[in-house]
Design a protein around this ligand. Structure first.
Ligand SMILES: Cc1cc2nc3c(=O)[nH]c(=O)nc-3n(C[C@H](O)[C@H](O)[C@H](O)COP(=O)(O)OP(=O)(O)OC[C@H]3O[C@@H](n4cnc5c(N)ncnc54)[C@H](O)[C@@H]3O)c2cc1C
Ligand code: SF4
Length: 577
């Protein structure tokens, strides 16, 4: 792994992979392991354990906007109907994701499912076809349920609270597989903060890792290396197999070459200019040519590249490009302690991995009694320091306790009280943490309507999608969340943005949808772009609709399936026409 230097001579590789998220990492590993010469171009930087930002100063610079000198990992977007967060860095979304690896439900791979405003959702792949690839990805990412039964990991009351709520509401509850290391070696006893045995392929960062210690920081990067993020797994293996993995390289242009193959133009975001405003349009562009090009820059990154370069990609289906966008039904809400004197459920959401459990909401497609569009509701978490912030919002209690403490201290000093211990008073000053202990973010996701359209406004990416056509799905998800609050004696609070019917999605999908027929999508069920031999897409952009569950495992499994096909078809004879 290295930062590319400016002024490289033009070069050629068998395969160039753009982006190192779930699709890109799987492709890099699979193709390099098969002996292909692979170059990965990732725009963001690498994050070895211990380097994720934590101080206010570091976090203020942890965003992605190179023209403002920001080379960080949080890439925040705002569009007409919603806001969104994705990641920039070696390992893509896995750096800040919550580790949940759920398969897409078998019956949710819908076929020709009509959409409210015309068109239909149609998956050119089935669960049975994906299952072997789900297995392969789960093995590589060390997917394992949260070991709540083990004494070291039993102290997460939110897990048990979710189980209880599901039982009361008659809903299915599960401990979903997490890509987190809880035991130092496969089959060993789990334990907190233990050194993790290095796999045979080594580690791309060359640094030791430790097992999960329940700090709740998964969404701001795991400084212990307990998350089995893509840099520690697929990318480490890809590098061991000879892949040339380059960070800080942002792809700008792609062009079909006469006679076959592609030319890729990229700029380098040198660490020397980090922190300084930069005219990024004037950065020198480097060129690499390749026989095969795999786009894996994420839903926004890949669709943007295709939109910007559509004129140099003759044959691209422009009618389908940008379509089938959705936010995978993401809905963030909160449970808080009740307003009155009752003690609500204690969740201690800052203890544990960010997500530990999932409640499944049924779907008309399941074939049972359920109606409407289904999904999942998961317990959220946040870092310990955020719990202090949550608690500090209780201003009345804090002012009262501060006054009480100062009065006790002043009187003791003036009157010379014999009791010189202040421990009890300091403990009272801090308070009992009721607010933070009883606060739980709920993360909803599911089968919203994939009728959004991505396009360009000037040179900028634009997405036209709102919650309007998915109103029924969101109403139902909120209703179940209300039910969870009620059964746990908590107060339900909407995310303030819901007042405007806006959501924040961390699961943007679509834009370059796969399809059965060339006229209906941008690529086929193997991610091969229609009419453009040698060009494939391996990320969330290819999904023709919501996964319903968290999407990373499905994105990675589709990429794995794409690679199997690509390797079977070395001469390209099976390319879609
Ligand atoms: C806070 C949070 C929590 C989440 N939790 C979960 C979870 O628990 N489970 C789950 O399944 N999903 C989760 N997700 C979603 C998950 O991260 C994404 O679905 C997943 O990362 C998408 O994979 P991808 O391969 O499509 O793209 P990404 O992982 O986004 O990777 C794209 C990569 O391409 C790079 N790139 C973009 N443009 C360019 C360019 N022009 N040149 C070079 N490189 C480029 C980006 O920097 C990035 O590294 C979460 C997301 C967030 C933000
Ligand atoms: S809870 Fe902390 S240690 Fe465990 S995986 Fe998340 S960030 Fe890493």
């Amino acid at each position: 792994m290295r930062s590319a230097q400016p002024a490289r001579p033009a070069e050629h590789a068998d395969t160039v992979v753009v982006g190192s998220g779930f699709g890109g990492s799987v492709a890099a590993h699979r193709l390099a392991a098969a002996g292909r010469e692979v170059v990965v171009l990732e725009r963001g930087r690498a994050y070895p354990p211990g380097t994720f930002p934590r101080t206010p100063r570091e976090v203020s610079r942890a965003f992605w906007d190179p023209s403002e000198g920001l080379h960080g990992m949080f890439d925040v977007w705002t569009f007409r109907g919603f806001d969104s967060l994705v990641s920039s860095g070696l390992g893509g979304g896995s750096l800040i994701y919550a580790n949940v690896l759920l398969r897409k439900d078998e019956r949710w791979f819908v076929h020709e499912d009509p959409l409210p405003r015309g068109g239909y959702e149609d998956w050119p792949v089935t669960r049975a076809e994906l299952d072997p690839h789900y297995d392969a990805v789960e093995r590589m990412l060390g997917a394992t349920p949260y070991p709540v039964a083990h004494p070291a990991f039993a102290g997460t009351p939110k897990t048990e609270a979710m189980r209880r709520a599901a039982a009361d509401l008659g809903l299915d509850w599960q401990l979903p597989p997490l890509a987190v290391t809880f035991a130092p070696r496969p089959g060993a006893e789990p334990g907190l903060g233990l050194p993790i045995a290095e796999p045979a392929f080594g580690n791309i960062h060359g640094l030791p890792r430790r097992t999960c210690r329940l700090c709740g920081e998964c969404d701001i990067g795991c400084n212990d290396g307990a998350k089995n993020s893509l840099d520690h797994t697929y990318l480490s293996a890809a590098q061991a197999d000879g892949a040339d993995i380059r960070t800080r390289c942002e792809v700008r242009t792609i062009r079909r070459r006469d006679g076959g193959g592609y030319e890729v133009g990229y700029v380098v975001h040198d660490p020397a200019i980090e922190g300084r405003r930069t005219a990024t349009r004037e950065l020198p562009e480097h060129t690499i040519t390749c026989d095969r090009l795999v786009l894996a820059a994420g839903t926004y990154g890949t669709t943007y590249l295709l939109l910007r370069n559509r004129e140099t990609l003759p044959g691209l289906n422009l009618r389908a490009l940008g379509t089938r966008f959705c936010g995978n039904g993401d809905l963030l809400t909160f449970l808080l302690p009740p307003d009155d004197d009752r003690t609500g459920t204690v969740f201690d959401a800052s203890r544990g991995p960010v997500i530990t459990s999932a409640i499944r909401v049924g779907d008309a497609r399941d074939g049972g009694d359920a109606t409407g569009r289904g999904g999942y509701i998961e317990d959220g978490g946040y870092p310990g320091f955020a719990a202090w912030l949550v608690d500090s919002t209780d201003m009345t209690g804090r002012l009262f306790r501060t006054g009480e403490f100062l009065a006790r201290w002043l009187l003791g000093w003036l009157l010379g009280w014999a009791d010189t211990s202040l421990s009890r008073e300091v403990a009272r000053l801090i308070g009992n943490g009721t607010l933070a202990a009883g606060a739980l973010p709920l993360l909803g996701m599911g089968r919203d309507v994939p009728d959004g359209v991505m396009g360009l406004r000037g040179n900028r990416l634009d997405v036209n999608w709102t919650t309007a056509t998915s109103a029924e799905y969101f109403a139902r998800t909120r209703e179940v969340m209300h039910g969870i609050a009620e059964t746990l004696g908590s107060r339900y609070v909407d995310n303030p943005m819901w007042f405007f019917r806006r959501v924040v999605t961390v699961h943007p999908l679509g834009g370059a949808p796969m399809s059965h027929r060339s006229g209906d999508g941008v690529c086929d069920g193997y991610g091969r772009v229609w009419n453009l031999p040698g060009l494939s897409i391996a990320d969330g952009a290819v999904l023709p609709g919501p996964v319903g569950a968290n999407p990373s495992l499905t994105i990675a499994a589709l990429a794995d399936r794409m690679c199997t096909r690509m390797l079977e078809d070395r001469d390209g004879a099976g390319e879609p026409g």
